[in-house]
Ligand binder design. Sequence first.
Ligand SMILES: [Ca+2]
Length: 442
Amino acid sequence: MGRVSAAVLAGFVAAVLLVVPDNAKAVSLQSIGPSFDQPIFVTAPTGDPRLFVVERSGRIQVLHDGTVTQFLDIHGQTTTDGERGLLSMAFDPHYASNGLFYVFYTGTAAADGGHPGRGHVDEFHVGSNPNVANAASQRHVLTITRPSDGASNHNGGQLQFGKDGYLYISVGDGGTGGSTAPDPALLNGKLLRIDPHGVGNGAHSIPPTNPFAGSATARREIWGLGLRNPFRFSFDALTGDLIIGDVGDASREEIDFSPAAAGGGRGANYGWPSCEGFAGTCPGATAPVFDYPHSDPGGNVAHGCAIIGGYVYRGTQAPELAGRYLYADLCTSELRSIQLGIPLATGDRPESAPDALSSARSFGQDSACNLYVTNTDTVFRIVGSAASVAPACPPTRAKCTCKKGKKGKKCRKRKHKKRAAESKKKHKHKKCKKKHKHKKKR
Ligand SMILES: [Ca+2]
């Protein structure tokens, strides 16, 4: 992993793969950096112009102003056999003030008492240099045991903070056929939701509105059940809707859509292993909104072997994708998009030619809601035919929630000072700006 200068990087950025499928507008994939070592996720803290690239081998690189530097190295703590490795990271919604972020990786046998591949959610703090994490700040938040040491697959491994401020964690069924997935006593085959903050190894807390928060027998971290390998999931940056790409077994790949307005999938059972996609019988389960087969039915119909779940597009660089959910498949190497909806998603279409996106691994989103997709060694920015001038990414900054009257006086003063400082940094938040102006007049 070399360090590159802005000039060298400019050469990489120039490499553009332009693809125009018959029934969709042009979308190009721009390589945005040097060669990475199995880039498996891309993200950024709120309001932060940098891009953080997670490498499956156990390192996180930060890409800023054309320069790549190493943010964190835990490669000695993870193994990369099968589907294992450092699989994702998530910045605390208050990262700018608390410096906390979280990683998901599978552990080594040595670290896990002879049981390799346990899922680990660990917390770190940024160091005094904003481009370097403080490795010594590592704190274990949650360890996920596996039903069997033999299988190295179905780890899940996605971390995302929801709009509710809680950390969501996807966990695969452990590769043993799926009996773990509906079992509320196990963390495998689940989507989890926790408050990751705490002091000391293992400390985290259970949101009181978790479906099993009061249970003495179920794992209280569980948010959703019945998943096979939810390798990637995301939240719609505008609506907070939950979208899961659940990797299927031998025949179907599925997209699960749980709108925030309908509970965000709280307590939902997504049907595995009784159902795979729409196939099977699983009464009471939450059906996917879309599935596609492994066999190629011909034409421009989705097919493949393992879904790579993406994001609903809310960026400015590809307005023709606005509001559409992007996804890919490991085998067909094609970028596709679909309009999510209940009970069914509609308008599935290719956004690239087949094989244009060789061996897609993951999507990622920057702080302006622009999207990226990775393969074995490259991070691509997804760019449309024309950039939008309108800021599509919804404001994610904290709202002005000071109490009215005397009680909120101190709070308002504090906010006023903060806003004044921030306005110099070109941060814009319409509501707060209005308040700010209003206060000035008084
Ligand atoms: Ca399912």
